[in-house]
Design a protein around this ligand. Structure first.
Ligand code: AMP
Length: 191
């Protein structure tokens, strides 16, 4: 099995690249942001709880997202592996993911970390906000907060995977196809 953590700040292109990776390598895409937005659209209690955090660009409590991803992993059968997008976002989430996958006898293979300059992130997010209608992509102060939360709470996750020899930084600047090519090269080395 090939289990990938696709990592990077908001606006790094994780969702776009994950779509291309799942098509090429036949993986199951688990995006916590997408799952939460679906819960919100369906007006479930989880979605309504999540909205309070998403509207401010803050992270949901670890337990909430860990339970959510745990149940998605449990429900998935017979795949080549998973690509985790937007998860784990804290070291506690990374530790919990290792335990969940250990139960399935299928560890994380590699962590691909998309590295993008801050100015470019803000530009991409504001551009996406105009087409997607995502409210957290339309307000520059929420965007600034999401990047700050990423720098403070999420970047330590790199060290977690570095210690396991699984951290692979990838240049996330350039065209979608250029970045995809860089990602595939590293994935192919891990196969
Ligand atoms: P994203 O689409 O990945 O940018 O996520 C949108 C929002 O969902 C984030 O700003 C958080 O409020 C919430 N969220 C998504 N994934 C997580 C996570 N792994 N841990 C905590 N909150 C999350």
């Amino acid at each position: 099995m090939l289990n990938i953590v696709l990592f990077g700040p908001p606006g790094a292109g994780k969702g776009t690249q994950a779509e291309k990776i799942i098509e090429k390598y036949q993986l199951i895409h688990l995006s916590t942001g997408d799952i939460l937005r679906a819960e919100l659209a369906a007006q479930t209690p989880l979605g309504q709880e999540a909205k309070k955090y998403m509207d401010k660009g803050e992270l949901l409590p670890d337990k909430v997202v860990i339970d959510m991803i745990g149940s998605k992993i449990e429900k998935s059968h017979d795949s080549n592996g998973f690509i985790f997008d937007g998860f784990p976002r804290t070291t506690a989430q990374a530790e919990a993911l290792d335990i969940l996958l250990h139960k399935k006898n299928t560890p994380i293979s590699i962590m691909l970390s998309l590295e993008v300059e801050k100015n470019e992130l803000v530009k991409r997010l504001l551009g996406r906000g105009q087409v997607s209608g995502r409210s957290d992509d339309q307000d520059e102060s929420i965007i600034e907060n999401r990047i700050k939360v990423y720098n403070n709470e999420t970047t330590p996750v790199k060290g977690f995977y570095e210690k396991q020899g699984k951290y692979r930084p990838i240049d996330g600047m350039g065209t979608i196809d250029e970045i995809f090519e860089r990602l595939c090269k590293v994935i192919d080395e891990a196969l």
